[in-house]
Every structure is written in structure tokens, then in C-alpha cells.
Design a protein around this ligand. Structure first.
Ligand code: HEC
Length: 132
């Protein structure tokens, strides 16, 4: 019965779409992030130069206070970076502290930073979300 098959196909397609949407949200795709437009990246750069270079350096290459972002960023996904910027991090290995900016910068500004970091210090090549 071609009509039945058509109906069955429609049901399968509808369920696949629903499943894809659930997975998308479950994987963080539904988080309220800001798209990496030129404006967002420029805004992130301005914040970086104000709040971050004291430790990470003007070029992001680090100092005795912070690591080289060109080494770290390609191994971190965007949500991980957003989390570190928001709640900070104390490294047991180096004894250094990345301060928390969740109370200082708006959520939008923190996403602008993530967009700037991604654009400037490298695309994701090897994801190690639990690393130090
Ligand atoms: C007081 C110094 C200091 C300031 C200011 C600072 N950072 Fe950090 N940041 C650190 C240290 C130290 C680490 C490394 C922690 C570790 O060992 O993983 C770090 C790590 C990071 C990481 C994660 C790298 C990784 O792989 O774990 C990101 C992203 C980052 N900083 C972004 C920023 C941004 C954006 C700002 C400005 C809003 C900023 N930092 C300001 C010291 C600082």
C-alpha cells in the first residue's frame, strides 16, 4: 500500500527530526551563545585588551602569570572556554589562578571573548575538555 508507506516514511522523518533536535539541545547546541560575527569578535578583542592581557599578554602568548593561549585554545571547545572564563580555575600543576569573570562580564561579553579567542588563537583541533 503506497499510501501507508508514505505515512510510515513521514512518521520516521518526523521522529528523526525530533531526535536530532533533542540531541542538539542536549549537546549544548541550544545554549545562548553569540554567533561569531565580525562585530562580536571585535567586541571580544576590546574586552581581551582590557581584562586579559595583564596575564595572557597583548599577543596571548602568556607570561609567568598565564599560559600561551595559542597552545591551549586549539585543544578547548567553546563551552569549556566559556566555563573557565565564567567560574575561573586554579591549576594544581602550576599553582596559577585564572580569575572568574562571571560576576564582572555579562554572558554576552563572555561569548564575545570566546569568539575572539577562537578566531585569534586557533580552531579546535584536539579536544581535551578535562585537561588542566
Ligand atoms: C590573573 C591572571 C589572569 C587573567 C587576568 C586572565 N587569565 Fe586566563 N588564565 C590564567 C591562568 C593562570 C590560566 C591557566 C590555568 C591552567 O593552568 O589551566 C588561564 C587560563 C585561561 C583559559 C583556559 C586555557 C586552558 O586551556 O585551560 C582561557 C580560555 C583564558 N584563560 C582566558 C582568559 C580571558 C578571556 C581573560 C580575560 C577576561 C583572562 N583569561 C584573564 C590567568 C589569567
Amino acid at each position: 500500500m503506497p499510501r501507508r508507506r508514505l505515512l510510515a516514511a513521514a512518521v520516521v522523518i518526523a521522529m528523526t527530526v525530533l531526535l536530532a533536535q533533542i540531541l542538539f539541545v542536549a549537546c549544548g547546541g541550544g545554549s545562548n551563545r553569540v554567533p561569531p560575527t565580525a562585530e562580536s569578535i571585535a567586541a571580544g578583542r576590546a574586552i581581551f585588551l582590557t581584562d586579559c592581557t595583564v596575564c595572557h599578554g597583548d599577543d596571548g602568548r602568556g607570561s609567568i602569570l598565564a599560559p600561551d593561549l595559542t597552545v591551549h585554545i586549539p585543544t578547548r571547545n567553546d563551552d569549556f572556554m566559556f566555563g573557565r572564563i565564567t567560574i575561573g580555575f586554579e591549576s594544581a600543576a602550576s599553582g596559577l589562578t585564572m580569575p572568574a569573570f562571571g560576576d564582572i562580564l555579562s554572558e554576552t561579553d563572555r561569548w564575545h571573548l570566546v569568539n575572539y579567542l577562537r578566531e585569534t588563537f586557533g580552531t579546535l583541533t584536539f579536544n581535551t575538555p578535562s585537561g588542566s
